[in-house]
Design a protein around this ligand. Structure first.
Ligand code: ADP
Ligand code: MG
Length: 245
């Protein structure tokens, strides 16, 4: 589904992504892990077109998207959860989710100003999603009044509601309490069972090794190991990279 070939991105002297190659197979959860500064988020920024690669290739569903603009990449079906929060704090949970149902700018504004004329179909979809995470009571709550973990959950829902073929989630459980972590793990598993393809960035090794089918480990811009979770768990090279932090 996604193929990264010899990807490079330097920031001055910092080799953020350095000759990185890997593949994401359809209908799997593939995790990209590694110590802070390994280059994981930069890979996401390159795939989603926010940054341009110095060299290398990014192929999505057979199409070369290395030089494509973010809107084009989003329209091809890549939806992502950012490491930093991007919710509209002064809108309600429901309004934030509604905006995600359409990812084109013009429709965005149309949706924003016709919130009262919400279609039954969208309304049902939003209720269903909130039920999934046990947050149905928060529909009319302003996003700014949510806890950090609740915000991350709503953002994750936004990423999922955004029409897509491929999901990229950057550190969904960082700073989130154990109970909500479990909710997020369940959502990811449910999505996979529904046939979704997910690329997950996560710093927390335990969380990752429990949900991922395949794990790619980055350090200093390079892939230093990949394999099944049980192979990664005991890989001395990986433990060393984490201990070196
Ligand atoms: P990770 O997500 O694995 O923690 P990042 O991809 O965010 O790592 O960062 C990789 C390296 O690139 C780090 O050394 C970081 O400081 C640097 N970096 C990331 N983005 C930028 C940027 N926009 N400008 C300069 N340096 C950056
Ligand atoms: Mg990061």
């Amino acid at each position: 589904m996604l193929e990264i070939k010899n990807l490079k991105k330097y920031f001055g002297g910092v080799k953020a992504v350095d000759n990185c190659s890997f593949e994401v197979k359809p209908k799997t959860i593939t995790a990209l892990i590694g110590p802070n500064g390994a280059g994981k988020s930069t890979v996401f920024n390159l795939v989603s077109g926010i940054l341009k690669a110095d060299s290398g290739k990014i192929i999505f569903s057979g199409a070369d998207i290395t030089k494509a603009k973010p809107e084009k990449i989003s329209n091809l079906g890549i939806s992502r959860l950012f490491q930093q929060t991007k919710l509209f704090n002064n809108l309600t949970v429901k309004e934030n989710l509604l905006l995600a149902l359409d990812n084109e700018d013009t429709k965005f504004w149309k949706n924003l100003f016709s919130l009262n004329k919400l279609s039954k179909e969208k309304e049902t979809k939003i209720k269903e999603m909130l039920n999934l995470i046990g947050m149905e009571k928060f529909e009319s709550t302003l996003t700014r009044d949510l806890s950090y973990g609740q915000k991350r959950l709503i953002e994750l829902l936004r990423t999922i509601l955004n029409p897509h073929k491929f999901l990229m989630v950057d550190e969904p459980v960082a700073g989130v309490n154990p109970k909500l972590r479990e909710v997020i793990a369940k959502i990811l598993e449910k999505l996979k069972n529904q046939g979704e393809t997910i690329l997950l960035i996560e710093h927390d090794m335990n969380f990752t090794l429990n949900v991922a089918d395949w794990v790619i480990v980055m350090e200093k811009g390079k892939v230093i190991a990949q394999g099944k979770p049980e192979e990664i768990r005991n890989n001395p090279r990986v433990l060393e990279a984490y201990l070196g932090e």
